[in-house]
Design a protein around this ligand. Structure first.
Ligand code: ADP
Ligand code: MG
Length: 729
């Protein structure tokens, strides 16, 4: 397939852009051709090795070094046959990116030559010198030991000339230094807990998979315009810029025809994704101008997270080939929608049942209610934690900013499911056993209509919405790694399901029937979790007040939101399945606070720079030309005439002066706040200071710069404006 090419062509607009020639081959013919998947394994491994590795993957059992030794040479042969010369352990450090260090498949042969080699030991484990990755003090630089270890549940793949082996990254003392290790633990914790609960309904279940279908939103910006905006280059968002006269108010972008140049980008992106086994399916225009979305078919959670990271890397790369830059920032532009990454999450059994789908009889529907209600209770009891799992300096511009989910976690169930839970709460166990079919309909337990699957009752303002057979966690940021959100969700649900089981079992051992016990606990839970259910408009001011009354976490300061990770409740939740130790949680928060501070610090510097070196000099230059004009008018005209003729110019000169003064004064104030904050050595306190004292100046500075943009001669303005940035030509 390597002969398929995407050609760069000249367009009428005189700009060289790339236009894809869609591959002639069918997608199914090359899907996954760059992945060491089961098909490739079956071809390259002995029958016995193939059986051993696939059963280890399916059961989650560890892979022995002996087995790795059998696999490594075949993996290398496959990789070399597909153009690879190097290999790397590919992992997710505590930044939002991925890390890789490439080594060639070569060893000295002892006779002055080289041989290609790749051993089982190297496949299984490496020790990258990783002292420069954030660890929050878990691994001080003098003992910079971090180990990467092979994760066989996510297949190896080839990027460029390199075989990439997905790995976890842990410290010498076993603490996770990455996002993948805790995710894997949360996946097995929720499986174990859910299997326990499934036993009440179906004894065949031996494994429950959490699945994830992400929807990645992004902006595309013309490369030249991007490069002319230092704020976009250095921070990923515009720190200034007056709104364009036209942006999204005509609502003419969502699902509209995709511009040809963008289609070319999407086609190449999909082609690359399919070769890497990413099941990309949906592509469309989003709400804001220049905003788009790509979504794959959902997959097992760990694989889906890896695929999302790969997709983000591909997007950056393919965009460059098309003379675009992709913006994954949550809020690149003021005044138009920001970007999120909806995470569609569900639980499914190895027997093929989606646990959030209703069934055909009372017991199956009781199972459906059990999993819905336990998820709601988990969300309710851990709403602070789930918010913390998606909080970041960049996502803060989107959440609680009058658009997209507020900084309050709640769940939208839709009328059908809400009615079912309300009816269930009032029903009694005898009703359900003895009821005739009519009564069952009323109860909602016996016959939940099939139509539920196609539930189109949508509420776009809810951060956690039930959408038919899954929950959609919409608060996740577009630039984030999905893993922390999925880890928190899986762990919270795992903890909740085991608590549920304990309560039910206790009632059973006290003499209740299984059904009675399930009813009793579920009804109690429905009552308890009511405050988390909210079907109204999540963007409204009333909801903020109402949510506070209900006792939901309404904190909006990101550094304080992170505290939820180490609350007594979160410590209990993460202890389940050993997802996170206390020490890990504490050090991770250190990393988060540090990241928060650094992001705001960089933005503050760029903002100060742009104000002082780009905006103010231009404003002064324009003001001088006005002054020049006024002086000349004075020379030429009588005083009376001059007053009339120079009135507007003088008003402008004064207005410009006001804004210049305000910008300068606020930048100075911001710098002082930064200096004071930098003196703090405690990372939490520093982040809080950045949030409380540095950040608030941004809006003021921006306000005055945006006013200047409206006053200053367009020809002089040093930065591309929104109306140019936001409309791809
Ligand atoms: P919308 O934008 O209307 O929410 P999309 O079609 O863009 O819908 O995305 C829906 C996502 O949900 C897709 O990634 C899809 O694969 C995923 N999805 C569907 N069913 C499940 C499920 N059971 N578990 C997890 N994700 C699912
Ligand atoms: Mg969606």
């Amino acid at each position: 397939m390597s002969n398929i090419r995407f050609h760069a062509v000249e367009t009428a607009s005189n700009r060289e852009v790339s236009t894809a020639t869609p591959p002639a081959a069918k997608t199914s013919e090359y899907f996954g051709c760059k992945v060491f998947n089961r098909k490739a394994m079956a071809q390259y491994l002995s029958k016995e090795t193939f059986r051993a590795i696939t059963s280890a993957i399916d059961s989650g059992e560890p892979v022995s070094l002996a087995l790795a030794a059998h696999i490594a040479p075949s993996m290398r042969m496959w990789a070399m046959a597909n153009g690879a010369t190097h290999y790397t352990h590919w992992f997710h450090p505590l930044t939002d990116g991925t890390a890789e260090k490439h080594d060639a498949f070569v060893e000295l042969d002892g006779k002055g030559g080289m041989i290609e080699e790749f051993s089982g030991k190297i496949l299984a484990q490496q020790e990258p010198d990783a002292s420069s990755f954030p660890s929050g003090g878990l691994r001080s630089t003098f003992e910079a030991r971090g180990y990467s270890a092979w994760d066989p549940s996510s297949p190896a793949f080839i990027m460029g000339d390199t075989l990439c082996i997905p790995t976890i990254f842990v410290s010498y003392t076993g603490e996770a230094l990455d996002h993948k290790a805790p995710l894997l633990k949360s996946i097995s914790a929720v499986s174990k807990a859910a299997v326990g609960v499934c036993k009440y309904f179906n004894s065949d279940v031996s494994r429950v998979n959490s699945s994830l279908g992400w929807e990645q939103e992004y902006f595309l910006i013309d490369e030249e315009l991007f490069n002319a905006r230092p704020d976009l280059v250095l921070t990923g968002r515009t720190l200034m810029g007056h709104e364009s006269a036209k942006n999204q108010q005509l609502e003419d972008h969502y699902f509209a025809a995709i511009p040809r140049r963008v289609v070319a980008f999407m086609q190449e992106l999909e082609y690359e994704a399919w070769r890497l086994g990413i099941p990309a399916k949906t592509r469309h225009n989003e709400v804001a101008p220049n905003q788009f979305e790509v979504a794959p078919i959902f997959e097992e959670c760990n694989l889906a997270v890896d695929h999302n990271l790969l997709m983000m890397a591909l997007m950056r790369d393919v965009a460059r080939r098309h003379k675009f830059r992709v913006l994954l920032h949550e809020k690149p532009f003021k005044g138009v929608n920001g970007s999120g990454k909806h995470c569609n999450w569900s639980l499914g059994t190895d027997t093929g049942i989606n646990l959030f789908s209703p069934g055909k009889n009372t017991m199956e529907n009781l199972r459906f209610i059990t999993f819905i209600v336990n998820t709601l209770v988990a969300l309710y009891r851990n709403n602070s934690l789930l918010k913390a799992s998606i909080a970041s300096a960049t996502n803060a511009h989107r959440l609680g900013a009058n658009e997209a989910p507020p900084a309050i976690i709640s769940s939208f169930l839709g009328k059908q499911v809400s009615d079912i839970l309300d009816a269930f709460e009032k029903s009694s166990v005898d009703d359900a056993i003895k009821v005739d079919s009519k009564k069952q309909v009323k109860l909602g337990v016996g016959q939940i209509p099939e139509i539920l699957i196609d539930n189109t009752d949508r509420n776009r303002t809810s951060p956690f919405a039930f959408t038919g057979n899954r929950f959609e966690f919409r608060a996740v940021g577009s630039s984030a790694n999905c893993a922390p959100a999925m880890t928190a969700l899986n762990a919270a649900v795992a903890y909740q399901l085991s608590e549920f089981k304990q309560e039910v079992d206790k009632l059973i051992s006290g003499g209740a029937s299984k059904k009675e016990a399930l009813y009793t606990v579920l009804k109690k839970y429905i009552k308890e979790s009511k405050p988390i259910r909210f079907d109204g408009n999540g963007y409204s001011e009333e909801w903020k007040k109402e949510a506070a009354k209900r006792g939901l976490d309404c904190e909006t300061s990101v550094p304080l939101i992170y505290d939820a990770y180490t609350s007594p409740q979160s410590l209990k939740v993460f202890a389940t399945g050993n997802v996170h130790t206390k020490k890990e949680l504490e050090t991770r928060n250190e990393v988060k606070w540090e990241m928060y501070t650094k992001k705001i610090q960089i933005e503050a510097r760029v903002l100060g720079d742009l104000a002082h070196n780009h905006i103010i000099p231009v404003a002064i230059r324009y003001q001088s030309s006005l002054l020049d004009n006024v002086a000349k008018l004075k020379n030429v005209f009588s005083d009376a005439k001059f007053k009339v003729l120079a009135k507007e110019q003088i008003r402008l000169i004064e207005a410009i002066n006001e804004h210049i003064t305000a910008v300068t004064e606020t930048v100075d104030k911001m710098v002082d706040c930064r200096k004071a904050a930098n003196k703090l050595s405690d990372e939490r306190k520093k982040a809080i200071a950045y949030h409380d004292t540095v950040l608030p100046n941004f809006d003021t500075i921006r306000y005055h710069i945006d006013k200047l943009e409206l006053l200053v001669d367009n020809e002089m303005w040093p930065l591309p404006k929104y109306r140019e940035l936001l409309f791809v030509r």
